[in-house]
Design a protein around this ligand. Sequence first.
Ligand code: GLY
Length: 563
Amino acid sequence: MKKHLIVLLLVFSQLSYSQQIIQPFDYSIQKNFKGKNGAVVSAHPLASQAGLSILKKGGNAVDAAIATQLALAVVYPGAGNIGGGGFMVAHLSNGKNVTIDFREMAPGKASRDMYLNAKGESQLTLSQNGHLASGVPGTIAGIFSSLKYARLPFKILIQPAIDLAEKGFVITVPEARGLNHYKNDFLKYSSKTSAFVKNTQWQKGDTLIQTELANTLKRIRDNGAKGFYEGATAKMIVEEMQKGNGIISYNDLKNYKAKERKPVVFKYKDYTIVTMPLPSSGGVLLPMMMKMIANQPMQDYGFHSVKAVHLMTEVDRLAYADRAKFLGDVDFYKVPVKTLTSDAYIAERMKLYDPEKAGVSTKIGPGEIPHESDETTHLSVYDKDGNAVAITTTLNGGYGSRTVVAGAGFLLNNEMDDFSAKPGVPNMYGAVGGEANAIAPHKRMLSSMTPTIVLKNDKPYLVVGTPGGTTITTSVFQSLVNVLEFNLSLDDAVNKPKFHHQWLPDELVVEENFPEDVLEQLSAMGYTIKKVGGIGRTEAIKIDKGMIEAVGDHRGDDSAAGY
Ligand code: GLY
């Protein structure tokens, strides 16, 4: 009896503790955190708080990352997900680096030309909208695959997400805008109306309650991964597919496996960089790009100098030309990773760099050797024991395929568009690809997601990642160079205007507030400049001399939490 009372008191104190921390109707965005014990930064304050509550309960960074990721699936439906996929990169306090690939897979009935019409023209609306656009989701398999590195029982980690879905939470201005913008798509591409659709316009301050999603999360809590990939949830997914033109089957779901892959680890001066291997293109491009600048006088050039922006843009161009030709799922296509990242190849490629003028993509092409809207999302976590976790996860476009699984309350991805539907035809991010990234059953589509951890003296120094489609890798590249070379504060490294070049289209994309005088000089060197509203939403943590600093990107509702 006494024992039961103690257990009850413990449970009660834990519940009231978590309720004190996660206030779904009263929360605020915190862009910066500095402290000594641990930090979480993600695209939504309630998700960051969910992670923080787990750290405070004695969970490690993996526990907190799982809770944050599941909470994002509720409070950030535009990109947070259980119907999508992603990558996890971790550096554990015992020195082990871990990478988990839970990228979506093409369904078994997918075929190379499935998005081409009788004339051989690509029908990108099919790879981008509705049932046929979805790959087999990987997020839940990824979470269960990472659980062996966690400390607390899964039911504690998923509870904040269940509470947020069941009780609801107050939505922000960007969320209201997103839900209103996609209302017609939700109705068009789903067989049944959903919690995301309201008769009137969503307003800041409205409460979003997701009862069906809460029930799906409870099935996952009670049955593990089978609560998603088998049983009632799988039945709802397959039935939703059959009501549209979708092809995901019971077998596709049952056979989906997350994969623990060999991390990409490379040296950059005194730092060790740990990042995600293929099917993350970042695992090839980031080492290439960092090596291409390693011997250049970056510090003399300085942040946002014409010389630095020009050099980094040409590096982007060279690397992305190779992305288009050579990169794809290594389980299906032999990618020459070693050659692409070798010093000899890098030196050869850099011969094409002219310090005086812009390159021309049609003249450059890939090297000689025998492809996103921003609705991906990233979270970074660091705990007091020295574990660091970086997770980037995605539905691909905003609210994915806009297909909500009837009865299950979650959105499916439109990740099939990350394959190359036809060689040379740009996807939603303007990225082109070829044979390496052609569609095949059970193949994983190439991704740009680049969750990355930088080690200094073998201990975590930076934990970084961002959404942004093809701009992801160039954003991570800039965030690293901003800190490691230009000595920018973490806040500036995240928030100062970013730029991007992806070989084709041959344009230098810059954020609207990029310094005009630099742009004028770059134009004079031959660049075609394109201004865009925002590039990525970087979530970064820096650990320096025992102090943990977390920065949530100012471009959205991103928020840091810590203690
Ligand atoms: N769908 C975004 C990416 O994986 O790159």
